[in-house]
Design a protein around this ligand. Sequence first.
Ligand SMILES: Cc1cc2nc3c(=O)[nH]c(=O)nc-3n(C[C@H](O)[C@H](O)[C@H](O)COP(=O)(O)OP(=O)(O)OC[C@H]3O[C@@H](n4cnc5c(N)ncnc54)[C@H](O)[C@@H]3O)c2cc1C
Length: 395
Amino acid sequence: MNKTFVIIGSSAGGIAAARALARLAPKSSIVMISREKELPYNKCFIADYIAKDEQEQLFMTNNRALPENVQLLLGLSVVAINDQQQHVSLDNGQIINYDALLVATGARPQKMPLLHSDNQRHENLFYYHNLWHANLLKAFIAQNKPKRAIVIGGSISAVEAADALHQQGVAVTIVNRGKQLLSRYCSSQAITLLYERMEQLGVQVIHNAQISDFTHKDNHITRVTLDNGQQIETDLVMCAIGVNANSELLQSTNVELSDDLVNVNNHLQTTVPTIFAAGDVILVHDRVSGYKKRSCTWPDAMHQGLIAAHNMAGKEKVYEGAVFLVDSHFFGFDFVACGIRDKKIGIITKKGDNWLHEFQCNNDNQLLFFVMLGNIENLPQIKRSYLTRAQFDVA
Ligand SMILES: Cc1cc2nc3c(=O)[nH]c(=O)nc-3n(C[C@H](O)[C@H](O)[C@H](O)COP(=O)(O)OP(=O)(O)OC[C@H]3O[C@@H](n4cnc5c(N)ncnc54)[C@H](O)[C@@H]3O)c2cc1C
């Protein structure tokens, strides 16, 4: 009997699964549903799209048409999953039955609590997450020519967003709750290199500060007040304070969650055998350290979509875990961090002109964590050493 596969989400995990299912089960019918109206795009290029209007790589996924047996439903939300009767309900009233379901609903940005309690719409408040957010920001910049922006956050997203706004000619101040940017990855020595570059470019960073109040005028935030009393005038606020997984749909099913993340086995199957999950909505383990955390990279989501598709199609494939590797580019630096940084383990540093590498190894000289800022030429060799757990020679 020809099967029906339903995929919720048409981003990294969803697209990879749809393509694989079309190949593995060519007679099946595959329905992929996304609440976004845009054709699939790659989120990794949103910063370039904001900064330089580069669209070629952003829409790279469109260059290859979807296989014929994939039906893509855009601009529609799945509002319920019935795991007993195996169907999903859409916000237009449509009900779609499935033999196997893939939940690839990803994550959404955390809202700034102070700003959403009063339901007021702020025309100059933005989030750094999807194409819709990016288009709102670009339209605002084109129309209002903002001169000053405040970016709230201390993670890679906050730094990328700050760089994109800086490239648009906006004077940026980052307000960071912690004492250092990128503290999950960089030591104070490594981050100094980035701070020096940001200072040269006129980008300010305020640490150990939280926003205690926003001043509004005509639906615009005009000033923020920090908990130390400092007040900063602004034309635009960008909030990049973290994400939550889009897992609410599963709360009324028998699928087990760990907080907001979906628990999956090594076939990427949830606790309901006909429901699979992939991408930023799942809890994954690092294939080297075994450490568990939220999946958060494009290549991992694609890989998981591919593995899930095999198992949905009855072709067993085991998921061996994620590679905790993040890469980015900001303020002229290439940036890669891999593994889990352990603040108790000593750091070995290598540095040169405008670049710095940091490594952490265990007693057997196996690489546990590395970060590369500014020069990533040796990344393939270092990554191989990390993945194969070979003896690592820093020289
Ligand atoms: C700005 C930005 C930059 C990034 N840069 C990088 C990078 O440089 N390198 C890297 O490796 N990773 C990067 N990432 C992370 C990477 O984009 C994610 O890991 C990846 O997109 C996860 O894919 P996903 O399939 O899980 O879901 P997502 O990309 O989160 O997409 C989920 C999809 O599901 C849809 N959806 C959710 N709920 C429903 C519903 N109820 N009904 C219908 N549709 C629904 C959403 O509309 C969305 O289209 C970046 C992320 C962001 C936000």
